[in-house]
Design a protein around this ligand. Structure first.
Ligand code: PXL
Length: 290
């Protein structure tokens, strides 16, 4: 019999203020009927875009937590990692994936490194080098365009042709993962549309989903995006339907937030749109690229 509830080990930070990482991932996946077991990589007073945030690196505690899960024989249908507290944690995530994943489990790695052409404040080149090693263990990776450029040592720009993105996707999947999904790709004419483009080695097909661009930057949208992708694939959706669901959810959450006058640093108000994740497959807008 199929399991009533799929279980994900979520290896991410817990940030108190500003909706990112676990405060996004737990509600989204729970709403999609998936159990989340958090393995916190760091605890922060807020995400790292706020000034003077307080940061507790949990590197030295991770091994103890993993050992306990091994001892009680806990199993997971999926491993999903994101923001890591230090480059030293990458080896621990690799160990975790080797120990806890099987042929049938879904390993999703969001190579959280930066955005808008820049590394996040807590990272350096060592983190980029280690992340390049980690992605080879993934089934699915979801870099934004900045992270894709860092993983591939390519120059970041905000002006890309689809042919160039397709080349990057082929290179990213040749690093190991079956599927690479690049997000936040600006479309021409600038400032009107943005798109997500993906490639799966299994099907050898490229997919694209676009949506209207809203001129605001909200931290944590990548976490919401990859959480919906993970929940959707675990519930049996195809890759393009999973991307459609994720893009629709982010667009809805951004629209529900944008009209209010609150600080964009607080992230998108997922609380107002979580219920939309319970809908069956809807008419979406994915395109197969030739
Ligand atoms: O999702 C990105 C993210 C996750 N965790 C922390 C962050 C950020 C982005 O700013 O600072 C702590």
């Amino acid at each position: 019999m199929n399991k009533p509830v799929q279980r994900v080990a979520a290896i991410h930070d817990l940030s108190g203020v500003g909706r990112v990482s676990l405060t996004m991932i737990i509600p989204i996946l729970s709403t999609m009927g998936v159990q989340v077991c958090p393995l916190p990589t760091a605890v922060l007073s807020s995400h790292s875009a706020y000034k003077d945030f307080y940061f507790v690196d949990l590197t030295e505690h991770i091994e103890g937590m993993i050992n306990h899960w091994e001892k009680i024989g806990y199993e997971f249908d999926s491993v999903y990692s994101g923001f890591l507290g230090s480059s030293a944690q990458i080896e621990m995530v690799e160990y975790f994936i080797r120990k806890f994943s099987t042929e049938s489990s879904l390993v999703v790695i969001d190579p959280v490194l930066g955005d808008n052409g820049k590394l996040y404040k807590t990272f350096d080149d060592r983190m980029v080098a280690e992340m390049k090693k980690l992605v080879k263990y993934a089934d699915v990776i979801t870099p934004n365009i900045t992270e894709a450029s860092l993983l591939l040592d390519e120059e970041y720009s905000d002006n890309f042709s689809i042919e160039k993105i397709k080349g990057w996707l082929l290179k990213l999947t040749s690093m190991g993962p079956d599927t690479a999904i690049i997000t936040s790709i600006p479309e021409k004419p600038e400032g009107k549309r943005t798109s997500v483009v993906a490639y799966s080695k299994k099907g050898k097909r490229f997919w694209k989903v676009s949506c209207d661009y809203i001129p605001a930057f909200y931290p944590g949208t990548g976490d919401a995006f990859t959480s919906v992708i993970t929940g959707s694939l675990l519930q049996g959706d195809s890759l393009p339907v999973a991307i459609d669901r994720a893009v629709t959810f982010i667009s809805l959450a951004i629209r529900s937030t944008f009209g209010h006058e609150n600080d964009p640093m607080e992230g998108i108000m997922i609380e107002r749109v979580l219920d939309s994740l319970k809908a069956p497959v809807q008419m979406g807008s994915y395109e197969l690229l030739s």
